[in-house]
Design a protein around this ligand. Structure first.
Ligand code: ADP
Ligand code: ADP
Ligand code: MG
Length: 447
């Protein structure tokens, strides 16, 4: 087992990884930027080192510096969290050449899945259904022809995109040309690649994903699904497990988990990953991408299975065979996660960084947070400040717990989306499980 792990991340996810390290008796090292000095995540680890100024390009993305800190402090492994360097194949290779173990998949797998278009081709080879779509598009004319062939609306996607960034719907040709230019630009500026492709836009889509785990010894298992259809700007804000859709479509869970495992096995996948699908109104599902890391919404899976995904990731990275088999994994009750963001749901979900005054967390649900009283939420980073995760014997019980938690969460002085979560959880559509990935934006606009 490892002696010391460097946590190459910040905020709530760095705190969460440090907690498991402590529980396992493994020492941990945090890194932080000048803007994050004194951040809660630095308190959670045993040691903490500054890696540069506020902008991520000068600190949290400075791979060389981070590896140097890991070596200097005697770490034997590195956990990347999510975002930042977690899906950077070059960084993973550098970590391994420095003699450290990367807690995640191998660089080649990350490279394959990091390009959505290549991942789609791979899924097709594995007989996993994909959304009808194009290969890489190098010129506008071929995009126009392709869109006409599959029919509008179409979705333009940056092949390297993530977090809902670099994705645009087009209903006709003129909009398509604009969308292509914008996605190329966003892809280049945010992810360093202008590569784009087209997918048919599935109407009334639901986002359902399968959590998988695979060890070095050829064993792969799934930990059921998470439904993440409550989104804004193609990014999740409420997630739950199990999905209410599973009771409407008999056999859907079995088909989706089998598809996710087929992909995982054929990719020789190592460690934790998430296979993302969209499901249409008829219950047909389509692969959209695989995320080769711990997912933001992993707590809902932990709550229904009673497992610690970070501990399992560490166990797998250390080369141990998975300590559990598929039959050992069972689902108890229902879990819901609300992502709490410093943003204004009334103003198109615009990020609203600022200073928190008084601050008190609810104590009836799991809270994953990276802030505290008098803490400045700065604009350098993602405006997510915490995740509330409720677990109940039934979906209704989980909703009731969450409503209590929302009411008991005090975040003074910072514009946030707590009241939006309250409205969502009380809505008829949410109660009836009758929503799709566009529902939230309409609900916030029209009520
Ligand atoms: P997940 O795929 O785990 O559900 P998200 O879709 O919210 O999480 O985010 C995907 C990844 O993109 C995450 O790793 C997150 O850190 C990163 N991310 C989220 N928002 C932004 C942003 N505004 N800019 C850059 N990266 C982001
Ligand atoms: P990201 O890497 O940014 O997470 P994804 O490909 O996973 O991008 O898509 C994010 C979201 O965009 C999905 O959850 C879904 O809401 C929407 N989406 C993606 N592909 C399609 C599609 N073909 N049709 C309709 N909606 C889609
Ligand atoms: Mg995605």
């Amino acid at each position: 087992m490892f002696n010391k792990i460097l946590i190459a991340n910040r905020a709530e996810i760095a705190c969460r990884i440090a907690r498991t390290c402590r529980r396992l008796g493994i020492a941990s090292v945090a890194i932080y930027s000048e803007a994050d000095e004194g951040s809660p995540h630095t308190d959670q680890a045993d040691e903490a080192y500054c890696v540069g100024p506020g902008p991520v390009s000068e600190s949290y993305l400075n791979g060389e510096k981070i590896i140097e800190v890991a070596k200097r402090t005697g770490c034997d492994a590195l956990h990347p969290g999510y975002g930042l360097l977690s899906e950077n194949a070059q960084f993973i290779a550098a970590v391994e050449s420095a003699g450290l173990t990367f807690i995640g998949p191998q660089p080649a797998t990350v490279e394959l899945m990091g390009d959505k278009q290549r991942a789609r081709s791979f899924a097709r080879e594995c007989d996993v259904p994909i959304v009808p779509g194009s290969d890489e598009l190098t010129d506008d004319q071929s995009a126009i022809e392709f869109a006409e062939a599959i029919g509008y609306p179409v979705l333009v996607k940056a092949a390297a995109g993530g977090g809902g960034i670099g994705m645009k719907v087009a209903k006709k040709e003129k909009a398509l040309i604009k969308a292509l230019a914008e996605c190329r630009r966003r892809g280049e500026s945010a992810f360093g690649s202008a590569k784009v492709y087209l997918e048919r836009y599935i109407s009334k889509p639901r986002h359902i994903e399968i959590q998988v785990l695979a060890d070095k010894h050829g064993k792969a298992i799934h930990l059921f699904e998470r439904e993440c259809s409550i989104q804004r700007r193609h990014q999740k804000v409420v997630e739950e497990a199990p999905s209410v859709l599973m009771s409407k479509h008999p056999g859907l869970r079995e088909r989706m988990t089998a598809a996710a495992l087929a992909l995982t096995r054929q990719a020789n996948y190592l460690n934790a990953g998430t296979v993302e699908f969209i499901v249409d109104e008829t219950g047909q599902f389509y692969f959209i991408e695989m995320n080769t890391r711990l997912q933001v919404e992993h707590p809902v899976t932990e709550l229904i299975t009673g497992l610690d995904l970070v501990a399992l990731q560490i166990e797998i990275a250390a080369g141990h065979p998975l300590s559990l088999s598929q039959e050992d994994v069972s689902m108890t009750g229902h879990a819901i996660e609300c992502r709490v963001y410093a943003e204004d749901p009334e103003k198109l979900f615009l990020p609203a960084p600022g200073k928190i005054g008084r601050y008190r967390e609810p104590d009836n649900v799991r809270v994953d947070s990276g802030v505290r009283a008098n803490w400045d939420v700065v604009s350098f980073y993602d405006p997510m400040i915490a995740k509330l995760s409720a677990h109940g014997a039934s979906r209704q019980a989980a909703i009731d717990e969450m409503l209590k938690a929302l009411a008991g969460y005090q975040i003074e002085g910072l514009t946030n989306n707590l009241s939006m979560h309250d409205r969502v959880l009380r809505s008829t559509a949410f109660h009836e499980g009758d929503f799709d990935t566009l529902w939230l934006e309409g609900f916030m606009k029209d009520g």
